[in-house]
Design a protein around this ligand. Sequence first.
Ligand code: IYR
Length: 224
Amino acid sequence: MENPPFIPLEPGYHPGVPPEQASREFYDMIKSRRSIRMFSDQPVSREAIEGIVRVATTAPSGANKQPWRFVAVSDPALKHEIRLGAEKEERELYASRASDEWLADLAPLGTDDNKEYLDIAPWLIVVFRLTSADDGSKVYYSEESIGLATGFLLTAAHFAGLATLTHTPSPMKFLGELLGRPSNERPYMLIPVGYPAKDCTVPVHAISRMPLEEVLIFDRGEQS
Ligand code: IYR
């Protein structure tokens, strides 16, 4: 088989400081990210939304198929339709679909089926995962790819001073129908984007993170 074309790697980003310091600085930026449910109605420009989605599109993906679409909704009537659709599913989730164990795990978050923030946040970004490319060809590792792109988006939003929520109304099929998306697109996440309300609070439960020693293992683990 003929060799595929390659080009020299362009000089990449260099922070100008060693990786130990650069990663600390990045950590100091990202560690304050919180999922919030109390948004301000303060507007966010379309350019800002384009900016964070552009970041998401730089994510790696299986065979570079980029199996994603981002639908950005700011129209109040459409946001309200999304709210009604989400609340319909969530009412059932909280009333009967979720197991007792699930409900107990959610209790410290103080969530319920009221999704007022879907009206209030200036933008709702609906992330869709492609199950096949638009030309009908296959996509690969689309779950991994869409997760990476969404992570990039959340990180970019925080870096840009914007708050987000990783909302997954369950099930999410209604989003594809409401937004008129083709059948090769599966809703993956509904992400309200905006500024926090002045009196925004977050659940204490959601703040702590496991210590590095618990989640990072070098080689086969320290023998002490
Ligand atoms: N989708 C529901 C329930 C919910 C589920 C999990 I797992 C969470 O971390 C938070 C909420 C809701 O949004 O209320």
